[in-house]
Design a protein around this ligand. Structure first.
Ligand code: ZN
Length: 212
């Protein structure tokens, strides 16, 4: 069993404190985002519900650039955590057993034009995870972390920033790079929408934005 201090959004999944009775306390690695960012995030979430965003138009614009285009629904495959990739790294799972795919509700062609975002905890660490079972263990240990990543480990812990990630793989051995640019484009588009909801005066007052 492990526990986290309340509201820790980005945690280092490799660090923590061993407690009595086998408990393990994860350690938050980054301060929570500035109020100006979380407030804008709340507005964006509400606007998203009410279809008041410009995602569709912007994603269509991104699609014009081949490398940012959606790679195709048929290439979005989630295998059972225990099932390991067959073949070379990055090969298109042609030799993998399709019976090991996790059964999920089918996605419609129009879903390619939609942006879906999730808010929650991020687990960071020093190494890229390519193991479905380890991924699930980390998620459980970090109380339901939604993704694992490495880049935010390099961010100054004193900065009250918001980490935004485009999801490009399932952190398992079937990982391939084909989704990277598409995911990066989506993350950039989300960031753009977020920034549009922050007034310049709010930015001015954010911690770390004034020179000492
Ligand atoms: Zn595979």
């Amino acid at each position: 069993m492990c526990w986290l201090r309340k509201n820790e959004n980005v945690v280092d999944h490799g660090r923590g404190r061993s407690k009595v009775n086998g408990q393990f306390e994860m350690v938050g690695t980054m301060q929570n985002p500035d109020w100006g960012l979380t407030n804008a995030l709340g507005i964006l979430a509400s606007d998203h519900e009410l279809s008041r965003t410009t995602y569709r138009g912007q994603l269509a614009r991104l699609k014009c650039h081949k490398k940012f285009a959606h790679p195709g629904l048929e290439r979005d495959r989630l295998f059972r955590a225990r099932y390991c990739h067959v073949g070379e790294y990055g090969s298109n799972c042609v030799a993998c057993d399709q019976n090991e795919l996790v059964q999920r509700p089918p996605r419609a062609e129009d879903d390619k034009n939609k942006l879906v975002f999730h808010r929650g905890r991020i687990a960071n660490g020093n190494s890229v995870i390519q193991d479905g079972e380890l991924r699930d263990q980390i998620s459980a240990r970090c109380h339901g972390a939604l993704c694992v990543e490495v880049e935010s480990a390099g961010v100054d812990v004193n900065r009250r920033c918001l980490v935004i990630r485009g999801i490009s793989d399932y952190a398992d051995s079937h990982k391939k790079d084909v989704w990277r640019f598409h995911a990066a484009g989506n993350a950039a588009e989300f960031t753009r929408e977020l920034l549009r909801r922050i007034q310049p005066g709010v930015v001015k007052n954010m911690e770390g934005t004034t020179e000492s």
